[in-house]
Write a new protein. Structure first.
Length: 76
């Protein structure tokens, strides 16, 4: 890792009041989660689950289920 990046990371961690180790772990976790989200979004697109029609269908199903739950006198 570049020494400038290390020093900037240490300074940022100090400014945030966390250890460098904690800061580095958090940064790595953020990167992994962003990558996982990208992979999931790519999969959803490949399945055709990113269209306005798909979202309208899912919302209609959700609303119908909520109506059935309310009609049965139950709650979430």
């Amino acid at each position: 890792m570049d020494s400038t990046l290390l020093e900037q990371s240490r300074q940022t961690a100090a400014a945030l009041g966390v250890s460098f180790s904690s800061f580095a772990e958090s940064a790595l976790r953020d990167k992994v989660l962003a990558s996982a989200a990208f992979i999931a979004a790519d999969y959803e697109r490949a399945q055709g689950r990113d269209t306005a029609d798909y979202f309208a269908e899912v919302e209609a199903e959700r609303a119908a289920m909520a109506d059935e739950i309310r009609a049965a006198g139950a709650g979430w």
